[in-house]
Design a protein around this ligand. Structure first.
Ligand SMILES: Cc1ncc(COP(=O)(O)O)c(C=O)c1O
Length: 420
């Protein structure tokens, strides 16, 4: 694609995005754009959050899917044809987006998901009336199956990001931001295949070329970053908490748009993402999935330092598995010294363990779990090893309790984090 071709495509997608607004507003939410006082004070700039985690189906994906399905039907009708159905391959938010979009337009949908997809995601997709086919172990196998179904049933395949209509649907987020804030300093957007940031950058840059658009990717899966820095060769993504953005290859169209319009791409590591998810939950009462927390991660750990305000972070989705969320909460509490494992030895006599427990209570340490081991051959027969996991208000309370235990001849130490 020549540079002029890309410019023409951008103009076309912008025009589509104006129509997409009309269509999407009938079936999906205009999501809230809220300020975060805590985040703003930490970053030193006024920060807004665009809450696509509160979008129908729990992510922005439904926007692109609604507009795409609308255009598929429109195109068929213009030829006097009927659409038989749509098909998609996805283990994530795209599955639910397409299932929902097909439902609102009364179309049949088949969604092919890899066999390992969690029951929660399968059930959510089925709940919108789609037929779910579980096939293959990885996305590529599910994709092949989806193409086969498309050929056999004469259904239309809906791509998750590399499609002008899908991109135009995602651009409606950019319009909503610009309607509320005429000239944001920058907009931070997660990148997977690049459909979301392509759409947002088209709407934002057309309406205010001075607003910076910054992409955020996990270090474990920086496909777009690698492509634009010409280092995609032999690239293999690693798993990430931000599973929604793990792709092998960015889109052909999206990479051209990103190259033209996006000002920078920054990378964050897994600890940053975990920290951001917990920060949003604890301080802003927002449930974000890993991908949705990427922009906040970049700001919180200073991977991107905005020069101009207001700053907008697109919280692109909230579909996080409850077991992963609970692990992240525990991990962050442990990192913060608010969930600590204490380990030590006591004389194996009645009342010895009681002394330890009493002292912990005096320091407001709440016992979550306790293990008492007398049979370890490394122990003297008169001793017992004790491991106590406590919740603390602050790490200082733990340090003080350990000093008091020591004064009483009870040697305990803190192990970092949960050590069960
Ligand atoms: C929650 C979430 N955020 C961001 C993205 C990335 O979107 P794109 O692939 O269009 O870059 C995805 C993709 O599925 C997602 O599910």
């Amino acid at each position: 694609m020549s540079s002029e071709d890309v410019d023409r495509l951008i103009d076309k997608i912008y025009d589509y995005s104006l129509e997409a607004r009309e269509i999407i507003s009938q079936y999906a939410h205009k999501t809230p754009l809220i300020t975060s006082y805590t985040l703003s004070s930490l970053v030193g700039r006024n920060v807004y959050l665009k809450l696509e985690n509160l979008q129908k189906t729990g992510s922005f994906k439904v926007r692109g899917a609604i507009y795409k399905v609308y255009k598929i039907i429109e195109e068929a009708r213009s030829k006097g044809e009927e659409v038989k159905g749509v098909v998609a391959a996805s283990s994530g938010n795209h599955a639910q987006g397409v299932a929902y979009a097909a439902k609102v337009f009364g179309l049949k949908a088949v969604i092919v998901m890899p066999k390992i997809t969690s029951a929660t995601k399968v059930n959510a997709t089925r709940s919108y009336g789609a037929e779910v086919v579980l096939h293959g172990n990885i996305y590529d196998e599910a994709y092949e199956k989806a193409m086969e179904i498309a050929r056999e049933k004469n259904y239309v395949f809906v791509h998750p990001y590399d499609d002008p209509h899908v991109i135009a649907g995602q651009a409606t987020i950019g319009h909503e931001i610009m309607d509320e804030l005429a000239s944001p300093g920058c907009v931070l957007v997660p990148i997977g295949g690049g459909g979301l940031i392509s759409g947002i950058s088209i709407a934002v840059k057309k309406r205010n070329p001075d607003t910076k658009v910054i992409g955020v990717q996990p270090k474990n899966a920086p496909a777009m970053y690698k492509l634009l820095t010409r280092s995609l060769e032999n690239y293999r993504p690693k798993p990430s908490i931000a599973d929604g953005v793990v792709v092998k290859k960015p889109g052909r169209i999206t990479s051209k748009i990103v190259e033209k319009l996006v000002d920078d791409i920054v990378l964050v590591d897994e600890e940053d993402i975990s920290y951001a998810i917990n920060f949003l939950l604890e301080r802003a009462k927002i449930v974000a999935e890993g991908a949705g927390a990427l922009p906040i991660a970049a700001l919180l750990v200073g991977k991107y330092a905005p020069l101009k305000e207001p700053v907008v972070c697109v919280v692109s989705g909230g579909n996080i598995d409850p077991t992963l969320l609970s692990r992240i909460i525990m991990h962050e509490l442990a990192k913060d010294g608010r969930l600590v494992s204490l380990i030590g030895e006591v004389d194996d006599r009645p009342g010895e363990l009681g002394k330890v427990i009493k002292l912990l209570a005096e320091h407001m340490l709440n016992i979550v779990d306790i293990r008492h081991d007398r049979w370890d051959p490394a122990l003297l027969p008169s001793k017992a090893r004790v491991e106590i996991i406590v919740e603390a208000k602050t790490l200082d309370d733990v340090v003080e309790a350990l000093e008091e235990l020591k004064k009483k001849g009870l040697k305990f130490r803190a192990r970092s984090g949960l050590t069960k």
